[in-house]
Write a protein that binds this ligand. Structure first.
Ligand code: BDR
Ligand code: CA
Length: 311
């Protein structure tokens, strides 16, 4: 399976990258970066750190440093720390640096080199994907599939616009363009994230392992879990981007899914960035996404285990 991973790394993005990089049947063609959880320079630095710790060479590219229309700077430190990787204390000396060239051009060119073969996994705001679409409207026909982490299908989001999920809220115009143009994306929404947490005993086992990979996993989670528990949130381990990567790598882990039409609210003063879902499946509107609802978490745990295990 050939992958391009578009990421705003991000704690859970870093774990999703590790998961894909450790998966023997996945070939990560390149990693493209986008602003979101943290500014672009930190996103790029964090991708480099993941490759350093995994000790693997995969080309990565700078992408959009700002959303299409919306301003960028959100309060994301609570989850991702001030560096986007949980205020990581010890980083190995950097050995991986971004390659020359733009992320958006890489998405287009690589899909031309391997038409029908590449799955694009978007685990950040959809800015790069939207820019690629504007430059190359045929892109959806050349990708094997687009997989998106984003949206809240039942209006329970995770941003200060209460019904909106972060990746869509960060760049609603880009998300609108993507949902209008791709007719068969696989969507892992915030609802799916809430419904499929990583079981706490699995998490405890993962963080207790030796080696640099487990150390990166453990240390990047630390601050977020501490802040969540201090704020009185139930300490369940939510894994939006790794859940998305797991169902990309192992589609057989999807136990239940639904087909819906999803669009993006662009103007609502209380709902900008909300995904609007046609739950009635009205006959005149064709579904444009397959939304994951239930995932076999034992299989997800195995994929986590693969990437934290010492090599
Ligand atoms: C999404 O937003 C980010 O905080 C995570 O990395 C994930 O991609 C969840 O809403
Ligand atoms: Ca992300």
């Amino acid at each position: 399976m050939k992958l391009i991973i578009d990421t705003d790394a991000g704690v859970d993005d870093a774990h999703a990258l590790m998961m894909a990089l450790a998966c023997l049947d996945a070939q990560v063609e390149c990693i493209t970066t986008v602003v979101g959880n943290i500014d672009l320079e930190n996103v790029v630095r964090n991708v480099g750190t993941v490759l350093d710790v995994m000790d693997l060479d995969v080309p990565f590219y700078r992408g959009a440093a700002l959303p299409l229309v919306a301003p960028w700077k959100f309060e994301t430190e609570f989850v991702h720390g001030s560096d986007g990787l949980g205020d990581l204390k010890l980083r190995p000396p950097a050995r991986h640096f971004p390659a020359a060239g733009h992320a958006v051009i890489q998405i287009i060119e690589r899909s031309k080199e391997s038409p029908g073969d590449i799955t694009l996994v978007a685990i950040g705001p959809l800015t790069n994907v939207a820019l690629a679409l504007r430059l190359d409207p045929d892109l959806p026909h050349r990708l094997k599939r687009l997989v998106i982490m984003g949206g809240s299908l039942n209006a329970v989001g995770n941003t200060d616009i209460f019904p909106a999920e972060f990746n869509i809220y960060c760049d609603p115009e880009a998300a609108h363009m993507v949902f209008e143009s791709f007719t068969d994306s696989l969507l892992v929404s915030w609802d799916a994230t809430l419904a499929n947490p990583l079981p706490t005993p699995v998490f405890e086992e993962l963080i207790s392992q030796p080696g640099p990979r487990a150390a990166l996993y453990r240390e990047s989670c630390d601050g977020m879990l501490k802040r969540l528990s201090e704020a009185g949130y139930e300490a369940s381990v939510l894994i939006p981007d790794t859940l998305t990567m797991a169902v990309t790598l192992r589609p057989e882990l999807i136990l239940a899914s639904e087909n819906h039409h999803v669009s993006v609210e662009l103007t609502g003063s209380l709902s900008r960035g909300q995904t609007i879902t046609d739950h009635r499946n009205w006959v005149r509107v064709k579904p444009n996404v397959v939304t994951v609802t239930e995932v076999e978490m034992g299989g997800v745990a195995d994929l986590f285990q693969q990437f934290v295990a010492p090599v």
